[in-house]
Structure formats: structure tokens, C-alpha cells
Design a protein around this ligand. Structure first.
Ligand code: SAH
Ligand code: SF4
Length: 363
């Protein structure tokens, strides 16, 4: 069987090369060819012995997902639809800014969790992405980006819940950090989780990168409804896990994401309740204006309500920013990623019966 070399982190590739009777430095050369120079075939790897190249051609391949769509939004945000198998496709999004370029990466085809306001959740779930399918998103984006565009930051904020796929996500994170691969600092790689506690603990132990936690509500009653995984891992435990994560984190704060849903979680009282609980953790708040999708049951909070909510947090001494919606015109904004998921749960069918309220999509 041919081995897809995108599936390996540095130590995995070294083991594969040892199996071929090759020295570790050869595996590092190949790692650099693939991830730094974007090589997709062994013939390019001119500093390898011909015999090794022939051997690799016989036993290995470099196979990324197939690009099925490539859309650029008016603001330059670029979204790729990537076919990961015959039935499933996921999305990756590049967000250019003046001094940085952020790639938003998916970890699953669909999501097992079912947050009330998330388009991915509504699609149901098919499967975990493999390490090669996750790192393949960086590999492909690098090939497609134009001169002057560079991935300086990665956020695991695409489709899926990274903390439920750490067997495959951690090797991909290691490649993002590896000097022979993408060489990003831990501070520039962020995992976003809806609060899967065992995953947060494992990440802390094995590969602490920057952490964002999707908080979205100041009480268990509301969070149970919006982020159902809260029923399993309630706020008190979540906040404790956040404090613990900070022991190992590359940054001295956790980012709390908070989606702004009109009349649901965006009141000033709710902001005050949030101050009371979040004050326990060194954190920065990132308010995300809700992005609509067909069938969504929420509306985005008005700019005025968002401002008043942010003011309560800021007056209490918390750092708060409001995320600017990017790529909304091509459905590339937070929570709009849908790809194509051959749902193995019954969830997508259940959601189809709902009334469809299509809200304004542009910022
Ligand atoms: N599963 C992870 C990461 C993917 S979602 C998580 O939930 O954290 C990335 C962020 O987008 C999360 O904070 C998520 O709550 C938010 N999000 C989901 N749907 C959204 C929507 N419709 N509008 C705005 N943000 C949304
Ligand atoms: Fe899954 Fe995150 Fe969407 Fe919730 S918000 S359904 S955890 S992708």
C-alpha cells in the first residue's frame, strides 16, 4: 500500500524512513520539500538520491484533498471547498489582513455537537478528518496564495470540534509548529473549542497552543440550550479547565468567543453576569456578530446592542474586541461553513423541517 506522506508529523515520517532503511535527516529533507516548498511529487526533490526518489515513488505519495471550489469575497477573504472523499467536502478560509494572513482550518466533516446557532452543526456529522486532510488545508492554501500572501496564523475554527479529534489534530498542529514544516509559533496557532474538557486537558499536556473557548452564555441554563455540550461539561468545570490550561498556554489569557444573538444572550444584565464568571480567568473577549444561514432561528444583535454589551465588559476591566465579519458574501464567515456532509446522524433531516428565515448576510 502506498503511504500518504502528508499523514505524518516529523516523528512519524522519521519512523517511515527508518522502515525504508533511510537516515532521519532524509525525512527532514522530505518534510521541508513538502511543507516549505510545497512539493507534490518526488521528482522535484533534487537533493535526494535517485534511488531514494524511485523508492518513494513506488511506496509513497503526497495526496491532499481535491479542490472543488475556490471563491474570493469582495474583501479578499478566500474560501476553498475541499473534497475529502467521494461523499464529503470541507471548507478552509484564508483571511488576509494588512500585516497577517490567517487560515481557518476544519477538523471534521460536519460536527457531532449541535450548537443552536451553527450551520456546520445543522449539517450533522460524517467523520473525523485525518492528519493529512487537516495539514493538507495549509499545504493547498500555500500553493494557491498569490505573491505577497502568506499564512502567518492558523485558527482551528472551521468545521468541526478539534478537541474531539485530537489523535489527528495534534500531529497536524505539530507540523504547523515544526521548523522543518510551517514553523509557526505556538502563539499564532489557535484551537477553538466549545468546551470539551478532556480534550482541553490533553491539548494542555501534549501540544499547548493558543486557546479560544466558545462561551456564548453567562449561565448554564442558557448555555445548555445554545451549546449542548454544556450539559456534559458545565460552566463551572469549564472555567476551572481554562484556568488550568493557562499553566501551559503560550499566551497568558484565554480568548472567550461570544456570538451575539439578538435578544437571546446580548443584554446588559447578561454582560454583568459574564463579568462575574469570566473575571475568574485571565481572558480576552471576542464578540462575534451572529452570521446567518438558511434556516437559522436567530438574528444578529444590532451594532448598538453589541456596543452596549462590550461597554459593560470594558468598564469592568476586561479586554473586548468585536470580530469584523469577513467573507460574508461567499458564506465564509464564522458559523457559515457547511461544505458537503454525508450526514450519518439524523440531524440534518430533522432541521430540514424548520421554517426557513433567510436573514441579511452582509455585514
Ligand atoms: N467547534 C469549535 C470551532 C469551530 S466554530 C467551536 O465551537 O469553538 C468557530 C467559532 O464560530 C465558534 O466560537 C463558534 O461558536 C462560532 N460560530 C458558530 N456559528 C456561528 C454563527 N452562525 N455566527 C457567528 N459565529 C458562529
Ligand atoms: Fe460544532 Fe463548533 Fe459548530 Fe458547535 S459551534 S456545532 S462545536 S462547529
Amino acid at each position: 500500500m502506498t503511504a500518504n506522506l502528508l499523514e505524518f508529523d516529523a516523528s512519524g515520517l522519521e519512523r517511515f524512513f527508518a522502515g525504508l532503511g533511510e537516515k532521519p535527516f532524509r525525512s527532514r529533507q522530505v518534510l521541508r520539500w513538502m511543507h516549505q516548498r510545497g512539493a507534490g511529487d518526488f521528482a522535484q526533490m533534487s537533493d535526494l538520491a535517485k534511488s531514494l526518489r524511485a523508492n518513494l515513488e513506488a511506496q509513497a505519495c503526497i495526496a491532499a484533498p481535491a479542490v472543488a471550489g475556490d471563491t474570493v469575497a469582495a474583501d479578499g477573504t478566500r474560501k476553498w471547498l475541499l473534497k475529502v472523499d467521494g461523499a464529503n467536502a470541507v471548507e478552509a478560509v484564508f483571511i488576509p489582513e494588512p500585516r497577517r494572513g490567517t487560515l481557518c482550518v476544519s477538523s471534521h466533516a460536519g460536527c457531532t455537537l449541535d450548537c443552536a446557532f451553527c450551520s456546520t452543526g445543522k449539517q450533522g456529522f460524517n467523520r473525523n478528518l485525518s492528519t493529512g486532510e487537516i495539514i493538507g488545508q495549509l499545504w493547498l492554501a500555500n500553493r494557491f496564495l498569490g505573491a505577497g500572501e502568506r499564512i502567518t496564523n492558523v485558527v482551528m475554527m472551521g468545521m468541526g470540534e478539534p478537541c474531539l479529534n485530537l489523535d489527528n489534530v495534534i500531529p497536524a498542529l505539530r507540523l504547523m509548529l515544526d521548523d522543518n514544516a510551517y514553523g509557526l509559533s505556538r502563539r499564532r496557532v489557535t484551537v477553538s473549542t466549545s468546551g470539551v474538557l478532556p480534550g482541553m486537558e490533553r491539548l494542555r499536556e501534549e501540544c499547548p497552543v493558543a486557546l479560544a473557548v466558545s462561551l456564548h452564555a453567562p449561565t448554564d441554563a442558557l448555555r445548555d440550550r445554545l451549546v449542548p455540550v454544556n450539559r456534559r461539561y458545565p460552566l463551572r468545570e469549564l472555567l476551572k479547565a481554562c484556568r488550568r490550561y493557562l499553566d501551559a498556554a503560550p499566551r497568558d489569557f484565554i480568548t472567550f468567543e461570544y456570538v451575539m444573538l439578538d435578544g437571546v444572550n446580548d443584554g446588559e444584565d447578561q454582560a454583568r453576569a459574564l463579568v462575574a464568571i469570566a473575571g475568574q480567568v485571565k481572558s480576552k473577549f471576542n464578540l462575534i456578530p451572529f452570521n446567518a444561514f438558511p434556516g437559522a432561528e436567530f438574528r444578529r444583535s444590532s451594532p448598538d446592542r453589541i456596543r452596549r454589551f462590550a461597554d459593560v465588559l470594558a468598564r469592568a476591566g476586561l479586554t473586548v474586541t468585536t470580530r469584523r465579519t469577513r467573507g460574508g458574501d461567499v458564506d465564509a464567515a464564522c458559523g457559515q461553513l457547511a461544505g458537503e456532509v454525508a450526514d450519518r446522524t439524523r440531524r440534518s433531516a430533522a432541521h430540514q423541517g424548520r421554517p426557513v428565515i433567510v436573514l441579511e448576510q452582509r455585514p
